[in-house]
Design a protein around this ligand. Sequence first.
Ligand SMILES: Nc1ncnc2c1ncn2[C@@H]1O[C@H](COP(=O)(O)OP(=O)(O)OP(=O)(O)O)[C@@H](O)[C@H]1O
Ligand SMILES: [Mg+2]
Length: 152
Amino acid sequence: MIKEVHSEDETKSLGLSIGLSLGGGEVIELVGDVGTGKTTLVKGVAVGLGIDEYIQSPSFTINRLYDGRDDIKLSHYDFYRLDNAGIMADELGEEIGSPGVVTIIEWAGVVEGVLPDDRLTIKITSPGETSRKFELSAGGDISRNLLKRIES
Ligand SMILES: Nc1ncnc2c1ncn2[C@@H]1O[C@H](COP(=O)(O)OP(=O)(O)OP(=O)(O)O)[C@@H](O)[C@H]1O
Ligand SMILES: [Mg+2]
């Protein structure tokens, strides 16, 4: 699925539709340069999960956990500028696939080894100052089902 948007609000709306489609147990990898809107998208996802807390870039803590609707937890990682994920890689590996947890990762390169094939990969590019192109692709059944719900 490819989606082009032209404002920050439209990016949040796309995030919202993803958030509304989540059931727990999904893994989402966000791929894109600095400032393309990865964290902005997560803000929309959080709204769709019924989270009213402010979503901050988890840069220093690497991971932040939020409680959402229907006992779903949103676990947001950001490995920006880390060349070694250390113990966080193990934590992430253990968390993946836990029922009720939605895992979203920015700058996942350093933890590629622990990511499941079955993840929704969202590639973001920025053709203009406020325009963004999102390419969503699924690597297995869980993420394919998620993608179908997002599309419908
Ligand atoms: N259509 C858009 N969608 C998202 N952000 C946009 C858009 N147009 C402009 N922006 C701006 O781009 C920036 C996106 O910042 P954001 O923190 O979401 O990026 P990021 O991909 O998470 O970056 P980083 O790699 O540093 O974590 C914000 O300053 C936002 O205002
Ligand atoms: Mg970010």
